[in-house]
Design a protein around this ligand. Structure first.
Ligand code: UTP
Length: 227
């Protein structure tokens, strides 16, 4: 299978702990060894948020704050690259075109953000679209897509399976609620919908769940396009 894995920064390197990055790299190497083509998009997590907060206090524009965030995602991508054994380009890919070309050369791809104005959730969905991925896995810090933000609402229930249209509606309603966070952002959901991508949203704090999801053993929310 051709797989795009989106790993949140808070999942990959919350404390810049090498063992955690190693564990994720081990799972990616395992997928490659099984014969899958894999492209990974890495987020910025709390480290990016802290940099952005400081830069905002210093008066940076929103555009420049996004650039700060992108730089942190690319730093995290470099950590994962350092830990990977599979043949990969030595630098994080800086565009979807470069990522596609690298994948076609048989390399494992690792990238962070690309341009200001969105997040790595959207970068991942756009990458899955660009390379016509069979599966897009979101390894996040929550266990799937809920009817509301489970950190804000005790009655939130997890969906096992959603259509892309239902994913868009669910994310839109979560993003409308003040202070709520969705596990995948709305732009990513819309890209998933327009291209009919198969996606899984899961808790990636244990990276083995990514391998399980690829093997068809989902513990999270599966987004399945209509036939
Ligand atoms: P993340 O993708 O980690 O953002 O990129 P996030 O969704 O806010 O983080 P999580 O998922 O909750 O942990 C960090 C920041 O980098 C900028 C944005 O400012 C984003 O918030 N960014 C990232 C871009 O502007 N463009 C990109 O392509 C990627």
């Amino acid at each position: 299978m051709r797989i795009v894995v989106s790993i949140g920064g808070s999942v990959l390197a919350p404390d810049l702990e090498a063992a955690r990055v190693e564990a994720h790299a081990g799972v990616i190497d395992g997928l490659v060894a099984e014969g899958h083509e894999v492209a990974v998009v890495v987020g910025g997590g709390d480290v990016a948020r802290r940099y952005i907060e400081t830069a905002r206090t210093l008066g940076a524009t929103e555009y420049d704050l996004d650039a700060v965030g992108i730089d942190v995602t690319r730093l995290n991508a470099r950590l994962l690259l350092a830990a990977l054994d599979s043949p990969a380009a030595p630098e994080p890919a800086d565009s979807h075109e470069a990522a596609r070309a690298s994948l076609r050369r048989g390399e494992t791809v690792v990238m962070g953000g690309t341009v200001p104005g969105h997040t790595t959730d959207a970068v991942s969905a756009l990458l899955a679209e660009t390379v016509e991925a069979d599966l897009l896995v979101y390894a996040t810090s929550v266990a799937g897509v809920y009817s509301a933000d489970p950190n804000e609402d005790d009655t939130a229930k997890r969906y096992d399976r959603l259509t892309p249209a239902d994913l868009v509606d669910t994310i839109a309603s979560i993003e409308t609620a003040a202070g709520s966070n969705a596990p995948v952002d709305l732009l990513a959901a819309k890209v998933i919908e327009r291209s009919g991508l198969r996606a899984v949203v899961l808790d990636g704090t244990d990276p083995e769940r990514i391998a399980d999801a690829v093997a068809g053993d989902f513990d999270g929310t599966e987004v399945v396009p209509d036939e």
